[in-house]
Design a protein around this ligand. Sequence first.
Ligand code: IMP
Length: 423
Amino acid sequence: MAVDLLLGLQWGDEGKGKIVDVLTKNYDIIARFQGGPNAGHTLEFDGIKHVLRTIPSGIFHNKSVNVIGNGVVIDPVVFVKELEGLKPFNIDYKSKLLISRKAHLILPTHRLLDAASEAAKGKAKIGSTLKGIGPTYMDKTGRNGIRVGDIEMDGWKEKYRALADKHESLIYFYKVDIQYDLDEMEKEFFEAIEILKSLKFIDSEEYLRDAIKKGKSILAEGAQGSLLDIDFGTYPYVTSSNTTAAGACTGLGIAPTMIKEVYGIFKAYTTRVGSGPFPTELLDDVGAKMAKIGNEFGAVTGRPRRCGWLDLVALKYTCAINGVTQLMMMKSDVLSGFDSLKICTAYNYKGDIIKHLPYTIEEEYVTPIYTEMKGWKQDLTKMSDTAQFPQELNDYIHFLEKELEIAIKIISVGPDRTQTILR
Ligand code: IMP
């Protein structure tokens, strides 16, 4: 068995980029399987902070090959900017970065449709990152999409025109006021397509099957988080792809029997960006303090993230959906300095005490029930060994392990690669 998965267990932004970057030295291939430039995987090393959008987080390591799978949606314009950002690092991306022919392309009009659709929703808006993700996946399942492989074929520009024209009619029907210069956007798009064409395209299912046969090790890197999964997340406030473990099979073409470890990554507290229910959200000074210490601003949109206590009801659910085998707790250092810490262990759901995630977790139906634990004052950021941990942190970790029945193998105590403690 040759494939391990790394997934976010909350609403995204758990710190997957950092962990993939730390883990990559153990793998031959790093593969992204869903999402698109709505993701922003932040990596910090040697005093440099870098945000990746579509490119897998293994790109900074010499050894690994990086695959963008068929389940990913690619915006050529954003992608080319990402490549430009890699220039100072002298990365040979023509040999280290491979793109599935079956990945779908985000067209300029997909971005416009995203904006029109959100504007038309008014108060009910999802809080989309407005990167065209939803409309692109809609065209994928609607069987109208344009795939990377199409740009190698004759006549794809006619297909493009027909789809873009249809999108313009749809934008008109939304009856919202959005300003755009499509000629300018298309110029940028077709220039980016030419650069995209200079990269190596593959049939990722073939490539990975062959790699597995040859004994190569593969890490499948998820984007967003399980609570944003189109099927199992807090619908409709979700993204448009399967962010859970099954998405790695459909988004890369690997068989479920090939999967070994499922690394589940979560923050020591909870954050959410965009709209939607969030039972443990803190709208007080405590939440503001978490946001400040944790620098909780979206890597893609810069929007402030909503913060709250750790929700074990939701975490248990996502561990189960994904079949998590090992846990990794991020941003533990952010919890230093709180007198007490709360952990949600059950919900009052329409008057009943429940421990599973119900159909809806909207505020009008759900009230969180907390267990309170003593906080710690020590700064964790300089610690390099679990022996240095304050007792209260150990208590926090042991409590979670007991509730979740899964070992927490990595504790992150800061954004840098080096601030990662193995247990
Ligand atoms: P979309 O994926 O841009 O359509 O956005 C749908 C929802 O998912 C919104 O609430 C976004 O804020 C959220 N979302 C999408 N990508 C990310 C991410 O990488 N981190 C956190 N939230 C995300």
